[in-house]
Structure formats: C-alpha cells, structure tokens
Design a protein. Sequence first.
Length: 479
Amino acid sequence: MSLRLEGSWTKSLSLRLTVLHAAVFGLLYGLLSLVIYFMVARAVFQNVDTEMLEEFHEMEAALEKGGLAGFRAHALAEVAEEGPENLLIRLYSKSGRLVFSSDTESWGDLSVPSPTGPWRGDRQVGSVSVTRRGNLKARFMIVRLQDYVLEQVVSLEWDLRLLARLRRVLITAALLTLLIAVPAGWALARRSLVQVKRIDQAARSIVTGSDLTRRVPVRGTGDELDELARTLNMMLRRIEGYLRELSDMMDNTAHDFKTPLARIRSLAEEALMETNPLEIQGNLVQIMEETDRFLSLINAVLDISEARAGLLRLQRTRVDLNDLAWQVAGLFEGACRAKNLDLSVDLVEDEAVVVEADRGRLIQALANLVDNAVKFCPAGGRIRLVVRIRDMKAVLGVEDSGPGVPPPMRTKIFERFFRAEVPGAADGRGVGLSLAKAYVDAHGGHIHVEESPLGGTAFLIHLPLTTGVSHRQSHAETK
C-alpha cells in the first residue's frame, strides 16, 4: 500500500519524514562523535604530559644522586629505550648554555620557548611541529631542574595515529549508522502514516459516498493520531447531528407551515370572491397578520438553527437585569389583567445586576418564558419575575402557580415544535421555549426548569455576571 497522500513520491510525507529522521540522527551522531573525539584527544595529550612530568622527577632524582654524570646516564638510557626519533632531552644552564643533548638528527630546529624565559609558572608545556619530519606534531615540556633547565620533546606520532584511527572508526560507524537509519526511518515513517492513510481513506469515502455514519478507525494507542481520529469522529458526529436536525426541522416546518399558508390562501380566496370593499380590506388585514406571524415563526426557526450552529450574531451591551425584568413585566400587564393573573417582580435591591448581553434577544427569551406562564397559568394564578445572584452567576427567572411540568417532560419542552397538551391552555407554535434556550445558550449561559415556590413551574436563566456582587450576594441568598 502506497503512502503517497498526493503528488509524486518525491513530495510524499514519508520521504520528508525519512530525510528529517536521517538528518536529525546524523546531526546527533556527529555531535556525539565530536565530543568523543575531543575527549579522547584531550586524554591522550594529558597522558603524554603526565609521562613527561614523571620522567622529570626521575631525572631530578638521578641528578641529585649522581650529578651530571648520573643525569646523563639516565637520560641516554631513556632515549635508547624510547628511540631518539621519539624522545629528545636537553639540559641547559640558567644562562642558556647547552650542557647535555640527546641525538637531534631526527628533530632539527624546534620552535620551542627559550630556556632562559621569561616564563609563566614553574614550567612551560605546549605543542610544536617538527619540520624535518613533515610537520610531525610533538609535545614539549621545559622545567627548572635545580641549577639547570630541562627540556623534553616527545613525538606524538603514535598518538596521532591512534586519533586518526579513531576518526576512521567514527566515520565508518557514521556511514553504517546512516545506512541503517535511512531504511529504519523510512519504515517508521510508513508505519506512522498508516493511520494517516486510514483517516484519509475514511474521509474520502465519506465525501464520495455521503455516508456520515462511518467513523475513522481508532487504534487505541493514545497517541496524537488517535487524538486526531477521535476529533474527526467528533466532528462527523456533530455534522451528522446537524444534518439530522436540519432534516427534522424541514419535516417539522413543512408540517407547521401548512396551517398558516393554508390560512393565508383561504383569506386570499375569500377576498377575491368578495365585492364589498370593507370585507376585502378586512381579509387583507388578516392576511398581513397571518403573514407577520408566519415570518415570526420562520425567523424564530432560523435563529434557533443559527444559535445551535454557533453562528448567531449578538450585539452585546451592558444590560441591567433589574431594568430588563421591569420592562418585560410591563409588556404583559394587559394580558395578565385580562386573565386575572397577579404579576409581580422580585429583584436584587439597591444595586444593578449587570451582564454582557444582546438586550433585544434577552428580552425575547424572557418574554417567551412569561408568555408560556400566562398561557398555562389558570385564572387567578400568580406569575413572578425574579432576579437573583447564585454562585457568582446572574439568575433571571419566571415563576408561576400553574400546573407545573412533570420531571420526564422537563428536557423535552425545549425541543423545537414540542407542544404540551394542557386542557384549557392556548395552542402555541412550539418554538417559544426552544428559542429562549437557543438565545441563552448563545450568551454562554444555561436555562433549566424546577418546581416553583408558587407551586407551579420556575424557568431560571443563568448568565455570567459582569459586575461584582459585594453585599448583593448575602441579600439575594436571604430571599
């Protein structure tokens, strides 16, 4: 199975991952090789310096014990053992006169510091090139020895051969490692991209086959690709839900739109058959009213759909819920008076309860709740608008003394086009509570139903609080 997601193999993600893997591995190996090489080279030079320092102590002992003759004998023995081409020993007086020198034929003129100084410290240590032997590197040490100055020069030929061999080993190992790393990186890249290919195939099959019930396979490894697959599956479930909701909405609206459209057509036919101008005008007025109600229903359905899809645009301003509750209460004074309902308002006193909200849509949400209470509350009942502060949240609610909502129905009443069958209650369109919930959700709040202290139902809207609570919290909790 090819893992080319698109384009030629030179543009494949597998190749790019392989090259990246090899480059990173090569860089790390190169850095490690440099560290190893320089550590070994440092250890080699330190070992040479240590050996020269030990040799200095031996020649110092020979000089003390046997004088110049003892020193000469010891120095010649050391040179004979190491070889004159590997070790040069010279002894100078403090004035710089040469007192003793081993064979210098292999060394020629060396660019070493003068035995008479000036020096820094008690000895001079460094490296020098032997021009007579092709710029062979050597290590020198110049040390004061009683009334003399001792100069030792040690060839680094064998040490440099060791370092050269180490370089060849590291380079060979790098090539072998690269030969292993490239196919290994290719295999790892192919294995990693298998899940990507599966995701791509699943997505393509969904696009070409329009099968939104299909899901991307999850391997259960818990890695990033599994997270990607889970995210895509969540997206597919959400899209499937949106499409199902759209289909249900179309089915429901097709059914619910028949009544107002039929009513408008019937009024239009009656107007065509009428000859009395006043009757025709009355029919036209009714057509306009039905059209307004129909447009209101359409706008409500569109707002619900946009809110659920996260596309509803809100004109947020600072809204005082106390003022808003009074305003909505004023809208329903006439309706409550006509039905002999006691309408009251219970607010947080002394201070404003401010939220960032779209005032118009928040009024519509609260008005829908009050309208629902007026519709189901029997004559002589009570309706109360409340503003509270709970757990640092602003609460805006409607309480009534109506028949209440059974617990199994409390989640269904917010569904679009759901209608509760209550004897004596006016028929509704089934979108009022759904629209209220959509508006509240769009504000980042939530709405829930509970039993009312008045004996019926309480619809409570919870919204993020903008202002501080100060003493309002204690005041609200004592209500």
